[in-house]
Ligand binder design. Sequence first.
Ligand code: GDP
Length: 313
Amino acid sequence: MVFDLAGKSVFIAGHNGMVGGAVLRLLKQRGDVRLITASRRQLDLRDEHAVGAFFTNHRPDACVLAAARVGGIIANSANKVGFLYDNLRLQNAVIGAARASDTERLLFLGSSCIYPKLADQPIREDSLLTGPLEPTNDAYAIAKIAGLKLCEFLNREEGRAYISAQPCNLYGPGDNYHPTTSHVIPGLIRRFHEAKHSRASETFIWGTGTPLREFLYVDDLAKALVFLLENYKDPGLINVGSGEEISIGDLAGLVAEAVGYEGVLKLDPSKPDGTPRKLMDSSKIRSYGWRSRTSLQEGLRHAYADYLSVIEA
Ligand code: GDP
C-alpha cells in the first residue's frame, strides 16, 4: 500500500451526492478514518476564500472531490454557462486549497463523458482529447477535463499525488429518481414500481432497447476510489468500470424482476437512444487487483430498496 488511510483525516467534498455518500458510508464502516464533511449551507465549494479557510482549519490528509454541478441531458444542454463556470470554480477552489494546505492525496472524480463521442470501444484512457466531445454535455466534460488535467499537471510538476478516476454509468443508493431527469436505472425503477401499484398491464422503455451500457454499483465505485487513494499515485487518469455490458432491453427485464413488475415492457422509439455503446476499458485498474463485486441483479435489489426507503420517508 502506498498510502494507508488508517488514522488519517479525509475531506469528502460532495458527501450528500450519490458518490460522496457511498464513500462516506464505506469510510464510516471502516472506522479508522477521521471524516470531514461540510453541507452546502456550511460551505459554498465555489467560494475559493471560504474553501481555502476550511482547508487551513481542518488540514485534511486526503480529499475526495466528488462534488459537482450535475444534470441530465436537458439541464446540461440548456445551461452550458452554469455547468462550465460552476464546475470550474468549484474544482479550482478545492484543488487549489488542497495544494495550498499541502493535502497529501486528492482524488478528483471525472466522468466517461470526457472521452470523444466516437472513441474506439472499449474506451481507453489514452483516447482523451483525440476527437470531438458529445455536444449535449460538452460544457460539463470540458470542466472535468480541466480538473483532471490540473491534477495531472500538479502531479507531474510538483510531485503531488493528485489523481483522477473516470467511472462508467453508476447506480445505487442516493440516485435521482426524477421521472424525466433521471438516468435509466432509477427512471425504470420508479416507472415499473408505479406500474406495479397501478396494476398497469404494460409500461414503456425509452428508445429502441438496443443501446449497450456498462453499469457499476456506486458502493463498488466507492471501494475503487478508496483503493486508488491508497494504492495509485500516477499522473495518468484511470477508468473504473464493471466490464459488463448489457442492452437496455435486457436491463429493463432485470429491473422489472427486481421491482416485481410482471406487465409487458414496450419500446417507445420516440425517445432518444443516445450513444449506441459506451464501454470503458478498465484493464488498468484491474492490473492493480481491483474488481467490482456486486452483480447487476444484486445491485438492482439494493437500488430498489433504496427507492422504497426514499418514497416511504
Ligand atoms: P446515457 O448513458 O448518458 O445515455 O444515460 P441514460 O441512463 O439517461 O440512458 C441510457 C439509455 O437508456 C438510453 O438509451 C435511454 O434511451 C435508455 N432508457 C430507457 N428507458 C429510460 C428511462 O426511463 N430513462 C432514461 N434516462 N433512459 C432510459
